[in-house]
Write a protein that binds this ligand. Structure first.
Ligand SMILES: [Zn+2]
Ligand SMILES: [Zn+2]
Length: 154
């Protein structure tokens, strides 16, 4: 969906939009849906909203399947000119026609955490025996543990 940004830049208009984008990504195989609001504010267009999607991946620590619904908050200021200084809330747009679906999808991908875990306190796999430490305490010494120094000398 292309949105003409001129009324927002030039007349401080505001309006809300629903979106429903087929993401087709490994981590987001389904759709990204939600709504956002565009409001012109002194030379920029404020975009706020929420995007919902289903995350499908594996836990970075224990490799268990992660499949859960996520919500991403959207909040950016679109500008025609490069904003002074570095502020990641500001995004310069190349034209007054915004491809809203592509923009939302990019925002959602940027907001994905770098490391996705099945749960915040996932204990992960044992680097020594490979057992899932969420299920069993295998009792192996972790690498870097002083108990290994003695073995190194053998
Ligand atoms: Zn995990
Ligand atoms: Zn172990």
């Amino acid at each position: 969906m292309n949105v003409d940004l001129r009324p927002y830049f030039d007349e401080s208009a505001s309006a809300s939009f629903d979106f429903d984008v087929d993401a087709g990504l490994d981590v987001i195989p389904g759709r990204v849906t939600g709504s956002c609001m565009l409001s012109g504010v002194s030379g920029s267009v404020e975009l706020t909203g929420q995007a919902r999607y289903r995350l499908e991946t594996v836990c970075a620590r224990c490799l268990r399947r992660v499949s859960r619904d996520e919500t991403a908050a959207l909040h950016r200021y679109l500008t025609r000119e490069e904003s002074g200084g570095y502020d990641e809330a500001y995004v310069q747009v190349e034209s007054d026609l915004l491809d809203l679906d592509a923009f939302i999808l990019e925002e959602v991908v940027l907001a994905l955490p770098a490391v996705i875990l099945c749960k915040p306190d996932c204990k992960g796999l044992c680097p020594v025996c490979g057992k899932d430490r969420n299920e069993t305490a295998c009792g192996c010494a972790a690498p870097g543990d002083p108990r290994w120094d003695a073995l190194d000398g053998i």
